[in-house]
Design a protein around this ligand. Sequence first.
Ligand code: S3P
Length: 184
Amino acid sequence: MDKRKNIVLIGFMGCGKTTLGKKLSQKLKYNFIDTDRYIEHKEGTSIAQMFQDKGEAYFRDLEKNAVEILSKEGGNIIATGGGIIKNEENMCMLKKAGIIVYLKSTPEHIYRNIGDDVTRPLLQGDDKLSIIRRLMEERKSLYEKYADVTVCVHGGDVNHITEKIEREVNKYNEKDLHNTRAKS
Ligand code: S3P
């Protein structure tokens, strides 16, 4: 098994977890896994269809199941769904298995990225910007609570932000190593 700690990306829908995660995985030579795609592959259907046919609670169970399995592996960059932080058990498992990187954004940035997306079940309605604002306000403190590292992703291009994530992860790991040595 790959002994390297996972790098777990959390953040609001459309903040760039998949794009940045893929880029980072190429740079660091990690595998890339997206929990949503993992669930869709296992179920043989889309997230949107799952929400429609079986409801959010059903999806959240599958999400927890995916986290349980993926937390047992190492050396992965794991892009999570935006609602992963709603379940404390998920975050405990992910924290044990990796470093949690919060990709922080603004409602306006999210709206620019996915304002015209019709596939996200929690973003249905005419006034998408208001929905984004409300959901982000509800979840902000949870993202902050679980983050080991926070990187702002609004402004700057993908390469620049990817380098920023790499730098912050390295800084965190060095500090962590230092603390571990100081304790022993
Ligand atoms: C969700 C975010 C989605 C997906 C599902 C629920 C959420 O993932 O998991 O639609 O609760 O924020 P993305 O963050 O990749 O859009």
